[in-house]
Design a protein around this ligand. Sequence first.
Ligand code: AHR
Length: 346
Amino acid sequence: MKKITKTAIVLLLNLLLITGCGSSTFTEEKTEESESPKNLITVGFSQLGAESDWRNTNTLSMQSSFTEENGFNLIYKNGQQKQANQITAIRTFIQQGVDYIVLAPVMESGWDTVLEEARDAEIPVILVDRRVDVADKSLYSCWVGSDFELEGRKMAAWIKAYTEKKGVAPEDVHVVNLQGTLGSTAQIGRTRALANAARENGWDLLAEVSADFTETKGREVMSGLLKRFDNINVVYCENDNEAIGAIEAIESAGRHVGTNISYGDIMVVSFDGVNEESMEFCKEGKISCIAECNPHHGPRVQALIESLESGETPEKFNYVDEKLFSSVKAIPSVTVDGVEYDVEEP
Ligand code: AHR
């Protein structure tokens, strides 16, 4: 792979930073040049942000895999949840002449041009976690991540099984959805799964509002929804950080969080299963069910790069297996598309 003169690039990047045109929002990443010690593979990783515990665990997983001991020189950039920052990061990686670009995209749309630039520079792009919606799928080599819609369908199956078991009529299931970052693959899949289940089962889907996958917004959005609706009994949070914020809002409003929805409880369900507090909440029953979203993609992306390095063509789409967690014993498993998924103890 080609390498552009590094000294010139460092000077140019420094100049951009000094003149204020650089990526001044990138505060955590390595800032040194891409100079790669002999035989190391240089990987530019554009992480979308640090919005959740899931994300931080994912970043650590990537950093632990792309080490010098493993044969890599990692250049990490945090996009601070802004697509423009990620596009700048990719353009910087191209200028630096990295060997591979790994992209965890904040949202699906808007990547065609910059990925064409990477292709023109002959730098393979690997997607991790979320996906991009581009007309030409050859703009990236492969993707590894979760089936977000399946996660949502498993959760909807659990809600259906639980409410039926407790004799709650479908029209008495009053759900609000605290969505993730709008336009992200995780949000699109999980939102679609709930909306379809609500329509098919006759549930009352009161509102869908984005809480951006953060605890602060989870609290704010939930507090607003409790003022708008007095009959909410199921809160579908599209990640655990939102759930933690939502639980705080529910309890501050004097309501009880739990599974006893026929007797006034508000039931919270969520996604990830990474954060210790949320797993503790799941044990205590404050979160009734968590659909796992696995963040440990570092070794998986490393294997994909190693496969490309040895001239192989890895599978285009690589899914990870994920579990459901709940301390409610009444629902030992759920079935989606004929496949049975065990519900495990948190
Ligand atoms: O894309 C994965 C999602 O992004 C996780 O569920 C969420 O916690 C994160 O912010």
